[in-house]
Design a protein around this ligand. Structure first.
Ligand code: PRX
Length: 634
């Protein structure tokens, strides 16, 4: 969604940090830190020193084969060891590592020691299942402790994890599992959502029939929904049974810095989702450093990122970032407004959350309830707030700042992507803030705005967002699709700069104002979904010949889907068919694919080579000039 960020509110002013924030801040001078970051090798290697390496790297960055960069070359390390085992020898041993809370008000607290034992047992169990270094393990699970334990257990033995978001459905599930040749799948009986239990197992059961590589399915009995043992086929086993009697120690696998850590599928503008591949050493350094410096992490912090582990935010900032710093992380399973729209603020009060990180769509949703719920609870424990996933409109920023942060908590509007692994553009706590701007590139990151040819554009003028230097948590490839990796990200502009896929504008202070995607990727409630994927889902319905989808602006979700469909002869777009189509797309893709509107058309605008010109549909939708239509078929 393109926000008109040029027209701001009355409060078109710069928000300065309080004395309290400045006093605690780990970085005291923003410009100096950015200056320090210009020597990227020194900057990132200094930050890498805080970890325990089994063998130190002998070169920080190998850029001899761009864009196949290597970080911390020949370093040997284990990320689970650094996130969990390391703390067992310290005073953090009995500190809570994970606070799991759900919408029913149930909680589970797991200390670093307990987490260590659980991870070890599961890691041993995975080894017994025949999982070896480099094998792929998938999860299709709720936000529950076993999910974090499963990912850490994979990391401990060098298995590559590939998480499937629990809000995705059968079609999306099958594609992801088969593409990654998954050996073991973790799932659960269900997940809590607005007073109901969503049966994840039945979706997994349906999907798994089409997934021949999966040898074992591990089922967590999370909601206590009875699952008949007889339902469990030869390849299924309950989680509790699996870890029973397993030894409580497992040797961490020494991983090369560049060994794969995980694959996470995300949507692009064309075709199937892309398997974004992240590796070990650089990802660890990048996520931990940004968590620490952007959210100013101290030993007394209680961290809560509301993102789901099914997306990159959950990987980097629910799981790895905080645990690598020995920080307690809150894991919440449920919606932001159930049982009522005060549920998040109630949790902040009850546990004394100090750092709170969420998505603009959630803020826009909650701000509809005014101050009723934010005033009901004591939010004084909060020190720093954050947002991620889409442009933060200034109105929502102000509401968040005033009513949640009580005008004393700076808001970190963090720009990044599945591909970047870590925050790349973001303020730090002492930064002067402008509502709606992600401010400047993080130290060590060089971001810029360029035109179609790759030339830098002047201040104030919009253009394409590019990153000009490598960064440690960058993705290393697209799984089994190197050509797409090179074409989509590295070949658009000269000089091997990274093309982010966003439109952006830089103001007179060098602040970035992200305006939305420049391609056919939609952002629905912060979730990323490709137009092409939704179109394929439509076309798989017997009534549809052809479909084109674009994003339609939505006040809460940012964008929802507007679909243009050509129907087969004999079909008409009546209420029943609309309902059927909605159900069908939801079944294929899951509830993330929110359909705002479906319209029937006779023709779609196409290029002479037959490619749908979504640009024309978008321009038409916004009542804008159609632009260059010289390639239009008719
Ligand atoms: O368009 C940008 C938007 O989210 C995209 C990346 O989506 P995904 O890979 O799902 O990762 C989301 C969580 C990191 C970007 O290309 N985006 C992300 N953060 C911001 C943002 N847009 C504006 N402001 C942000 N802070």
């Amino acid at each position: 969604m393109v926000h008109d960020t040029t027209v701001l509110l009355d409060e078109r002013r710069v928000f300065e940090p309080s004395e309290e924030i400045k006093k605690r801040a780990l970085i005291k001078n923003w410009d100096e830190e950015i200056e320090k970051g210009k020597d990227i090798e020194k900057y990132w290697s200094d930050n890498a020193e805080q970890f325990e390496w089994f063998q130190k790297w002998d070169k920080v960055l190998d850029d001899s084969n761009k864009p196949f960069y290597k970080w911390f070359v020949n370093g040997k390390i284990n990320l689970a060891y650094n996130a969990v085992d390391r703390w067992i020898e310290t005073e953090k041993r009995n500190q809570v590592a994970i606070i799991y809370i759900n919408e029913r008000g149930e909680e589970k607290k797991i200390t670093f020691y307990e987490l260590y034992i659980q991870v070890n047992k599961l890691a041993n169990a995975l080894i017994n299942l025949g999982v070896k270094k480099g094998d792929t393990v998938s999860t299709y699970m709720p936000m529950c402790p076993e999910l974090l334990i499963a990912l850490l257990a994979c990391t401990k033995i060098g298995a590559v994890h590939s998480v499937i978001y629990s809000g995705l459905s059968v079609g999306a599930f099958v594609d992801r599992i088969n593409d990654a040749k998954v050996k073991v799948l973790f799932t659960a009986d269900g997940t809590y959502r607005r007073g109901k239990v969503i049966n994840l197992k039945s979706i997994a059961d349906e999907a798994i029939l089409q997934c021949p590589t999966v040898e074992t399915i591990v089922v967590v009995n999370h909601t206590g929904t009875p699952i008949e043992i007889s339902e469990l086929s030869g390849r299924e086993i309950f989680y509790d049974r699996l870890i029973e009697g397993e030894p409580a120690y497992c040797e961490p696998e020494p991983m090369d810095s560049e060994d794969p850590l995980f694959i996470l599928y995300t949507s692009g503008s064309t075709g199937k989702p892309k398997g974004v591949l992240h590796t070990t050493g650089g990802y660890m350094v990048g996520t931990a450093t940004t968590t620490r410096l952007i959210f100013d992490i101290h030993d007394d912090d209680l961290w809560w990122c509301t993102g789901d582990i099914g997306w990159i935010t959950g990987h980097s900032y629910v799981l790895y970032g905080p645990l690598l710093l020995g920080t307690t992380t809150v894991v919440y399973e449920g919606a932001p407004d159930y049982p009522d729209p005060g549920v998040w603020w109630k949790i902040v009060e009850k546990y004394g959350v100090t750092k709170f990180y969420t998505a603009p769509t959630a803020i826009r949703h909650l701000m509809r309830f005014g101050t009723r719920y934010t005033n009901l609870y004591n939010l004084d424990s909060l020190r720093i707030l954050g947002t991620v996933g889409e442009p933060m409109n200034p109105e929502a920023w102000m509401w968040y700042y005033k009513n949640v942060g009580k005008e004393k908590c700076p808001i970190m509007d963090t720009w990044w992507q599945t591909e970047t692994g870590m925050h790349l553009i973001s303020p730090i706590p002492i930064s002067p803030l402008k509502p709606g701007s992600a401010t400047r590139a993080f130290p060590g990151i060089e971001a810029d705005v360029v035109d179609e040819e790759g030339n830098p554009v002047p201040e104030g003028k919009g253009g394409y967002l590019v990153i000009k230097k490598p960064w440690p948590a960058m993705f290393r490839n697209l799984y089994k699709d190197e050509e797409r990796f090179l074409d989509v990200y590295w070949k658009t502009f000269p000089g091997c700069v990274y093309r982010a896929g966003d439109m952006v504008r830089k103001d007179e202070d060098g602040y970035f104002w992200i305006q939305g995607r420049s391609d056919d990727v939609l952002k629905i409630a912060g979730h990323r979904i490709g137009s092409a994927e939704v179109e394929s889902a439509f076309v798989a319905h017997p009534a549809v010949v052809e479909a084109a989808v674009i994003g339609r602006s939505d006040p809460i979700k940012g964008e929802v889907i507007k679909a243009f469909v050509i129907l087969k002869e004999g079909y008409e777009l009546k209420t029943q068919l609309i309902e059927d189509l909605k159900k069908h797309v939801r079944h294929e893709l899951g509830p993330v694919a929110v359909l705002g509107e479906i319209v029937q058309v006779d023709k779609l605008p196409k290029t002479r080579s037959g490619k749908i010109m979504r640009r024309i549909l978008r321009a038409h939708e916004m009542g804008e000039d159609l632009g260059d239509t010289s390639t239009l078929e008719e």
